[in-house]
Design a protein around this ligand. Sequence first.
Ligand code: HEC
Ligand code: HEC
Ligand code: HEC
Ligand code: HEC
Length: 445
Amino acid sequence: MENFRYLSEMKQTILIFLIFIAGCLSASQSITSSSGPREVLIVYTGNLLAELKPCGCAKEEDQGGIERRMQYLKETRLQHPNLLLVDTGDHFKEPTRQGKLKAETLLIATEKMHYDAVALGDRDMVYGSKFLKNRAQIPWIAGNLKIDQFEPIRSKVKSFSNGLKVGILAVADPKLFYDHVGLDVTDPKQAVRNLITRMRKTEKPDLIVLLTHAEKQVALNYLKLDGVDIVINGHIVTESDVIDMVPVKRNGKLFVQSSPRGQKMGELRVQLDPEGNKSLSHRMVKLDSSVKSDPKMVELYEKYNEKVEAMFFETLAGKRSGRNKSVYAGDALCKTCHSAEHKVWSGSRHGRAYDTLRKINKAFDPECLVCHVVGFNLAGGFISELDTPGLKNVQCEVCHGPGRDHASAPQAGFGGKAREACKQCHVKNHSPRFNYAEYWPKIKH
Ligand code: HEC
Ligand code: HEC
Ligand code: HEC
Ligand code: HEC
């Protein structure tokens, strides 16, 4: 009996000892992992031009949008707790009423995405500083812009749970700014130098990321500045601009550029070993249809769409009262004399272009109608399905020109410049594969 108890006590001691050993092992493991390289994932966007959602005209260009971006961010944040999210600016397009609606929606989305720093570009000033200031939850950052009644932060240091500290700065090239009242753009390089000096004295970041807003060749020079580890540049003029997204490596530093219109997310993985050596890797992630849509952003987009619809109906009255006798005849009239051509046309995709919009609840969006009906925004052209039912779709007169006169007094030689019409609508962002020799045979009549 005694022996037995002794044995069981022995067992307990051994067990405790084993637990102790196991504890030591796991402790030593955690020591090795915290002394290994530490990592931050920098995710960047820019050049958004208020694009909320891709139009869906062509598969290749079906990338980006707030619905997919949010979903990507949610998934990526789950995988990488140490994530830094930044934007290089140029959020808006030209200032129109619909443009402003988009801009507002985009900024609401930006707030919800919890960026760490959002730089300001030349296009961000189009609605004035108050418009930006109203979105107080967005961490606007600008090292060299002095803006009336608006104080973006000058620099920022973010500390991560693994102990890493990343400094973030942003500057814009003064040459990109027209004379804006209430805006003063100071020397960007001097601003960077001053801010880095201050940062190094106070917060002592392990890594410094500089967001620039400039032409590529100008922005590349910032890699030379002492203390800068990474330059992320953005700047876009038109929505069809091609942007070189191939990273440039120089002396262990990295230069990258944001994708146009939020089509792709930039990812920079930075590792720092205990000796302070940095290793950087880069990739672009395409936000194509394989990325799901975040339900909250779908809702936000839906709200925007409803406002566009309301705006469309509001402007109808004005268009109706200014209406003259139309210069357009409509396809039904052309059909009376050109039935063979009409038959080919009505079987083509041009003959269904309005339905395409209706199916996706877009038949009221001026930004879509302009290429999917006859003469939208032109005198005598499409107003609405109710007002001008005969001018839906991409009809004969889109290519051959207004034909009311021809229909009442037909003559040979009418509409001879049709070949030149294609490029009005078959532009890069909406029809990247367009090639006359391949497209014409599909609609030949
Ligand atoms: C600049 C002219 C233009 C504008 C603006 C435009 N589209 Fe298109 N759209 C086209 C052209 C051209 C095609 C055919 C592309 C091709 O196949 O090469 C097309 C095709 C489409 C298709 C594909 C139809 C199918 O069956 O595959 C959809 C959907 C579409 N557009 C929706 C939209 C929406 C929504 C908008 C507004 C947000 C819009 N489009 C604005 C020119 C335009
Ligand atoms: C009342 C009958 C009539 C109507 C309506 C009519 N056309 Fe014509 N169209 C003609 C005749 C006739 C010609 C000359 C054919 C010829 O001499 O070879 C012609 C010529 C043309 C041509 C030039 C062909 C060529 O060989 O020079 C085009 C393009 C054309 N029409 C397009 C249209 C379109 C688009 C509409 C509708 C807006 C339309 N037509 C309405 C009768 C008509
Ligand atoms: C997408 C543009 C487009 C649409 C839509 C279109 N056409 Fe054409 N059409 C053309 C082109 C391009 C040609 C060939 C011109 C050439 O050969 O240079 C042509 C040729 C013609 C010709 C023959 C002209 C000739 O010289 O032989 C007629 C007639 C004609 N179209 C009538 C129509 C009618 C009627 C419709 C509507 C039912 C229509 N087209 C719709 C682009 C279009
Ligand atoms: C007013 C704008 C407009 C013009 C001008 C125009 N297109 Fe289109 N085209 C469209 C739209 C919109 C679609 C897509 C329609 C849909 O599917 O809803 C389209 C689709 C097509 C398609 C079908 C593509 C496919 O892969 O099946 C062909 C082919 C085409 N266009 C050829 C032409 C040619 C050739 C011209 C010039 C002679 C021309 N288009 C001029 C707007 C236009």
